[in-house]
Ligand binder design. Sequence first.
Ligand code: NAD
Length: 302
Amino acid sequence: MTAKLIKGTEIREQILAEIKEEVDKIKAEHGVVPGLVTILVGENPASVSYVTAKIRTAKSLGFKEVQDNQPEDITEEQLLALIDKYNKDDSIHGILVQLPLPKHIDEKKVLNAIDPDKDVDGFHPVNVGRLMIGGSEVKFPPCTPAGIQEMIVRAGVETEGAEVVVVGRSNIVGKPIAVMMMQKGPGANATVTVVHTRTKDLAAHCKRADILIVAAGVPGLVKPEWIKPGACVIDVGVNRVGEKISEKTGKKVAILKGDVDFDAAKEIAGWITPVPGGVGPMTITMLMRNTLNSLKFRLGLM
Ligand code: NAD
C-alpha cells in the first residue's frame, strides 16, 4: 500500500484563499479588516524568522499588521503596559507575543495579561478552559492542533468512533489535540488515548490507532511495524538531524525529519503527512484564521 499524502502546503493555500475571500467581504460590508500585532522582544534569529513569516502571511491576506519590535532589555512592566495598550486598541483583534522572552521577564505573566478575546494563539488559561468545555465555548483553538484536525477533516478521514492515539502530552500539541478529537462534533467524536514517556507499551497502543498523531520530538520514534495498515498518520515532529546546502539558494539549511520513519510508514499507512511540508505550514494558517474569527466575534458574525 502507498499512503495518500496529506500536504500541508496545499491545504494551506486552500484555507488562505478562503480567509482572503472573507476578509474582502467583511471589508466591503463593514469597513474593517482583522488587526494583528506581533510583539518581538530582542533579535533571536529563529524568532525573527517566525515573526517575519507571520507578518508576510497577514499582509498577503489584507490584515492590518502591526510589527512591534522591542529591545532585549525592555522591562516586564513596560511589556505589560504595551499589552495593555493593544488590549484597549479596537483596531487590533489578535495579540501575539513571540516566545521565548528574555530570562528577566515572566512569560506566564505576560501571556496571561493578553485579553483572552485577543489571544489568537489560544494559550491563555481562559481559552484552554473554553477548549476543554468544547462546542460553542471554543473561540481560539491552539494553532498546531487546529491545523492537525483541519488536515484530518480535509483528507476525508473518518473520525467518528475512530481510535485516536496521540504520542506526547505537551500543552501546545498533545493535550489540546487529544481534547479536540474526543469532543462531540464533526471532525471529532473519537476515542482517544494519550501516550508519553511513562507509557509501558508504546508500540501496543500505536498499533491500535486508526489515527496516529505523533508529537514527541524524537526522530524516527514510531516504527513502521507500529502502524495499523490503512491508518492515518499525522507526524507533528520537526527534528533537525543535520545540514545541507540548499539547491535553490546555495545556503546551508537544516535537514528536517519527523517522528515517524516516513519511507517505510508510507507503505503501510492509508494517509500520511510528510516532514517538512505537512503539519508545519498549517500553524501560521490557523493563526490567521483565529485572527479573522476574532474580528467576526467582535462583529457578531460568529
Ligand atoms: P514537548 O517536548 O513539549 O513534548 C513532547 C512530548 O512527547 C512529551 O509529552 C513527552 O512525554 C513525549 N515523548 C517524548 N519522547 C517520548 C518517547 N520516547 N516516548 C513516548 N513519548 C515521548 O514537544 P512539543 O512542543 O509537543 O513538540 C513535539 C514535536 O512537534 C517537536 O518535534 C516540535 O518541533 C514539533 N512541533 C511542530 C509544530 C509545527 O509543525 N507547526 C508545532 C509544535 C511542535
